[in-house]
Design a protein around this ligand. Structure first.
Ligand code: NAD
Length: 469
């Protein structure tokens, strides 16, 4: 007779940023918690092959670019600069490992069981976990949180081999600086990882089939970013469609169509970054009767409940913005809902960041969205070229832009492009969380000299009273 299942209060399927945070919050709330993760390490895409390793490489490549292009302006002469790619990649792996071990520590601290293996959700909240050696452990949980993440979208004629045709996974471990890297998709991954390899010396061509890179973002930001990225040396081809590709030895041939004419580009590596889609590994939605949408995303209510009793879903697998910090917050909310708390997500105040240089950060609506909603609005903008601190570091491109309701002054959108805006956006998000106005930020004292004075000035610009422009 099979062993009876191990009882758990909360079982989380998936140990990415959504899942592991949900597990920690559930444990904090006193639940006996199990988190199922099949990878060798916790942390999911974000920690292992996404946010963390890409930021490590972005940082290393920024240092290299500073030394080769800007150190001289500071009166610093550096001779014999060279790239030791193996060390750079090893450092990135070490950073990942610090983070995955950190999560293991937090699991031990919070007495969370990491069920290592592939979980499959069955009826009545029974979850079977199959370990790498084939051993099966069965759990039965009062509540289950599905946090199975997302996978990269593959182009049918460019399947990932992670050798020459790369997803984010392969693009974080190319063993040499590419001669020519073709990036299909001018979104977040394409621009971040394209920037890494360009800085390290690769020719990088970005092919985007929409009329602009980063479609959907505020148009002023797109224009500024496009100008800066081209000046930095990224070859950007918009309105261009990749229609076919072939591999010949180490060479890739990619057919690019624009306005009816097709050109074949040769490259040694191709990164395909055309989006990600919800993944439901280990969850047979049809067999379970779980409601999913057209793109395979689990449908949840505003408290992250699925249609199955005591089954919740969070993070990339429910769609919306595929962002680690959105998943984390949903993890917290799901655990608190299970604990009977009256909580819900504030989706209007979730920031988005692109970690290029300059960085791009936004929260709320883009100007075209405010217009489409028929709202009367005012705009305030302040350029970093007029900010003293930005001049000290020579990072004067970009601006802070606020959009506020014309009558009430409530903040509707904020769009920043410039140095360190990934950190500066936090203040703005807080204002959004409190449904603040541009005046709230404009009358707040900001330390001088700081980059965040540009935020204050842009808020004052909405009111027509910026001081330094
Ligand atoms: P994305 O949605 O940001 O960009 C994909 C781009 O590819 C779009 O501009 C789209 O128009 C274009 N595209 C689609 N099909 C194409 C085709 N056949 N040919 C040419 N262009 C095509 O997706 P991504 O960059 O792959 O990132 C995936 C997800 O991961 C996103 O949801 C993103 O939010 C998330 N992510 C976030 C961060 C961050 O927050 N900094 C970093 C990396 C990834």
């Amino acid at each position: 007779m099979a062993d009876s299942p191990i009882a758990a209060d909360v079982l989380v399927l998936g140990g990415g940023p959504g899942g592991y945070v949900a597990a920690i919050r559930a444990a904090q709330l006193g639940f006996n918690t199990v988190c199922v993760e099949m990878d060798k390490t916790l942390g999911g895409t974000c920690v292992n092959v996404g946010c963390i390793p890409s930021k490590a490489l972005l940082n290393s490549s920024e240092h290299y670019e500073f030394m080769t292009q800007h150190a001289a302006e500071h009166g610093i002469g550096v001779d014999g600069i060279r790239i030791d790619l193996a060390t750079m990649l090893k450092r990135k792996d070490a950073v990942v490992s610090q983070n995955t071990k950190g999560i293991e520590f937090l699991f031990r601290k919070n007495k969370i069981t990491w069920a290592k293996g592939r979980g499959t959700l069955q009826k009545d909240n029974v979850v079977e976990v199959t370990a790498a050696d084939g051993a099966v452990t069965t759990y039965k949980a009062k509540d289950v949180i599905i946090a199975t993440g997302s996978v990269p979208v593959e182009l049918p004629f460019l399947p990932f081999d992670e050798e020459r045709v790369l997803s984010n996974v392969g693009a974080l471990r190319i063993p040499e600086v590419p001669r020519h890297l073709i990036v299909v998709g001018g979104g977040v991954i394409g621009l971040e990882l394209g920037s890494v390899w360009r800085r390290l010396g690769a020719k990088v061509t970005i092919i985007e089939f929409m009329p602009t890179i980063m479609p959907g973002m505020d148009e002023d930001v797109i224009k500024e970013a496009d100008k800066i990225f081209r000046k930095q040396g990224l070859a950007i081809r918009t309105g261009s469609r990749v229609t076919g590709a072939r591999r010949d030895g180490d060479a890739m041939f990619v057919d690019v169509e624009k306005d009816g004419a097709t050109e074949t580009l040769e490259a040694d590596y191709v990164l395909v970054s055309v989006g990600r889609k919800s993944s439901l590994s280990g969850v047979d939605a049809t067999a379970l009767g779980l409601n999913v949408g057209k793109r395979g995303e689990v449908i949840v209510d505003n408290q992250l409940r699925t249609n199955l009793p005591n089954v919740y879903a969070i993070g990339d697998c429910i769609g919306g913005k595929l962002l680690a910090h959105k998943a984390e917050e949903e993890g917290v909310i799901a655990a608190e809902v299970i604990a009977g708390q009256k909580v819900h997500m504030h989706y209007h105040s979730i920031p988005s960041v692109v970690y290029t240089w300059p960085e791009i950060a936004s929260v709320g609506l883009a100007e075209h969205e405010v217009k489409a909603a028929g709202r009367e609005y005012k705009v305030g903008k302040f350029p970093f070229s007029a900010n003293g601190r930005a001049r000290t570091s020579g990072d004067t491109s970009g601006f802070v832009k606020f959009i506020a309701d014309a009558k009430t002054d409530e903040l509707l959108g904020a769009h920043l492009i410039g140095p360190n805006v990934s950190e500066m956006i936090a203040e703005v998000v807080l204002a959004f969380e409190y449904r603040g106005s541009s005046e709230d930020i404009g009358i707040t004292v900001h330390a001088h000299p700081t980059l965040s004075e540009a935020t204050k000035e842009a808020a004052l610009a909405v009111l027509g009273r910026a001081i330094h422009i």
